[in-house]
Design a protein. Structure first.
Length: 185
């Protein structure tokens, strides 16, 4: 804080300008008559003690108010942190329950689709399990179609083949004569 120099009345009577103020302008003298605000040795304005007391009271009131606000904010932050911790606990419990429900759903889907291999159905959510089930059914359908096409090409008719006369139209005249005589040359 700035230091305030008080001038006693006796000193003013002896030396109207004050001790050590021979070089100063009369307007700059501490405690000069008619000045509403006094100045310190550096030339800065000095607030009278009565006004300082009022400023200190106001500043202290503001400090108390801000401390109460900080205290309120601290308690609010603490309660919010507690609430966040509770929500995180609930979230963890919900995730565990969801994981268990998804696992059970996967088991039910596998039991409901006996033609689908268990290894083809996977996922961490119901949507992913449904997607993998759809892909597995598409894969099984393509494999089934491929096997059916392969089997149909290699199909052997049941029983003996029909008896037909050989097609002689592709034989030359000499081969036809030889066939008619019964020679297989």
């Amino acid at each position: 804080m700035d230091e305030v120099t008080l001038v006693d009345d006796e000193a003013q009577e002896e030396d109207p300008v004050g001790p050590g103020t021979e070089d100063h302008d009369p307007g700059e003298i501490d405690g000069a008559i008619g000045d509403e605000e006094s100045r310190d040795e550096v030339g800065e304005q000095v607030t009278p003690p009565a006004e300082r007391g009022e400023e200190l009271v106001l500043a202290n009131a503001r400090i108390v108010e801000l401390e109460e606000t900080v205290s309120d904010r601290d308690s609010e932050v603490a309660s919010l942190k507690k609430y966040v911790a509770e929500l995180e606990g609930m979230l963890s419990t919900s995730r565990d329950s969801l994981g268990e429900a998804v696992s059970r759903y996967r088991d039910v889907v596998i039991q409901a689709s006996p033609g689908v291999l268990e290894e083809l159905v996977s996922g961490e959510s119901i949507a992913l399990i449904d997607e993998s089930l759809r892909k597995a059914k598409n894969l099984i359908g393509k494999v089934r179609e491929g096997l059916e096409a392969e089997v149909s090409l290699a199909r052997v008719p049941a029983g003996a083949p029909e008896r037909r006369l050989p097609d002689l139209s592709a034989l030359s005249p000499r081969e036809k004569i030889q066939y008619g005589i019964g020679g297989n040359k």
